[in-house]
Each structure stands twice: as structure tokens, then as C-alpha cells.
Design a protein around this ligand. Structure first.
Ligand code: AMP
Length: 176
């Protein structure tokens, strides 16, 4: 029997075909955010995966990683550190550039956001190819911190993003 909380979370993820372009089935988490019971279940289920483990910080990626990452960090009583698109963070940053289907993108983290030896969870709403998460993990390791695990609400398993993050642990609530 599946956890009824997980069934509730699954029921609140909406499929939007052909967004942002033809052929993409977009997993829309806004119905989940709009439902306080469901949203709380998703955070509780993620927190339970790391019960009893040392976590010092959560890094969430702009923009939907901020929503789940920040809420989970407050709940777990650990720091939240945003990984932002370039040019948004005001203090000194570390930057990573990564390949997209067409061109490249970058993410930045404040240099003083993480300390050497910190055990970090990388949190986003969804893992597709894993490129965004991998780049974020590389950036965290370059800063001398350790990626304890990657955590997502949704894993699009047919894209095998997990393989890109191996051997680091990956947790996801829902698999498609
Ligand atoms: P990737 O780097 O390929 O793992 O892409 C992950 C990022 O793109 C995440 O921040 C997701 O929010 C977003 N994303 C990719 N594919 C989808 C999808 N089918 N539905 C919703 N978001 C997606």
C-alpha cells in the first residue's frame, strides 16, 4: 500500500502538454503549492528521508527549488542557500556554467553561503536530464562542501538524470 500522503501529493501535480514547447509534458506543481495539506505532506515526506542524518544546509535552484528548498530548510532547522541565475546575488559569488539543449546557462551561490565541510542537500521540484542538479552539485563541491544527497518532488525517470548524479544519493517522491 502506498502512503496516502504520497497519493495526495501525486494527485496535485498537473500535466500540461506541449509547454513550454511542443512535445514537452510539463509537470505543474502549482496545484500542490495551492493546497496547504498536500504541500505540507510533500515537505514532511522529504524530511523523513533524511531523519537522523546530519544536514547543515539546503541549496535550492532558481526558481522552483526556492519554494521547496526554503520551506524544507525552515522545517529541518538548517540554512537555506539560493543558487541564482547570474547577476542576481549582490555579494561575492562562485559561478558554474552548464550546457543546455541549445547554448549554456549559469548559476551562482554566495561565497559565504556555505562553509568547508558542510553537508548539503540539493533541492529542486523536478529532475529531468539532471544537468541543473549536477552543475549545482559541482559548484557546492568546488566550495569545499559535500553533497549529502539530491532531493526532488518529481523524477522523470525516462531521462535517467539520476545516472548523471551517481554515485551521490538521489531521493524523489514521485517517479514518472
Ligand atoms: P534538468 O536540468 O534537465 O534536470 O532540468 C531540470 C529543471 O527544469 C528543473 O528546475 C525543472 O523545474 C525544469 N523542468 C525540466 N523538465 C520539466 C518538465 N517536464 N516539467 C516541469 N519542469 C521541468
Amino acid at each position: 500500500m502506498t502512503d496516502p500522503r504520497l497519493d495526495a501529493v501525486r494527485a496535485l501535480v498537473r500535466d500540461i502538454p506541449d509547454f513550454p514547447k511542443p512535445g514537452i509534458l510539463f509537470k505543474d506543481i502549482t496545484p500542490l503549492l495551492a493546497n496547504p495539506v498536500g504541500f505540507n505532506h510533500s515537505l514532511e515526506l522529504l524530511e523523513e528521508r533524511f531523519e537522523g542524518e546530519r544536514v547543515d544546509a539546503i541549496v535550492g535552484m532558481e526558481a522552483r527549488g526556492f519554494i521547496f528548498g526554503a520551506a524544507l530548510a525552515a522545517r529541518m532547522r538548517v540554512s537555506f542557500v539560493p543558487a541564482r541565475k547570474p547577476g542576481k546575488l549582490p555579494a561575492e559569488v562562485e559561478r558554474v556554467e552548464y550546457a543546455l539543449e541549445y547554448g549554456t546557462d549559469s548559476l551562482e551561490i554566495h561565497k559565504d553561503g556555505l562553509k568547508k565541510g558542510d553537508r548539503v542537500l540539493v533541492v529542486d521540484d523536478l529532475i529531468a536530464t539532471g544537468g541543473t542538479a549536477k552543475a549545482t552539485g559541482d559548484l557546492i563541491e568546488r566550495m569545499g562542501a559535500e553533497v549529502a544527497a539530491y532531493a526532488f518532488v518529481i523524477d522523470l525517470t525516462f531521462l535517467d538524470g539520476k545516472a548523471k548524479l551517481a554515485p551521490t544519493r538521489v531521493e524523489a517522491l514521485l517517479e514518472y
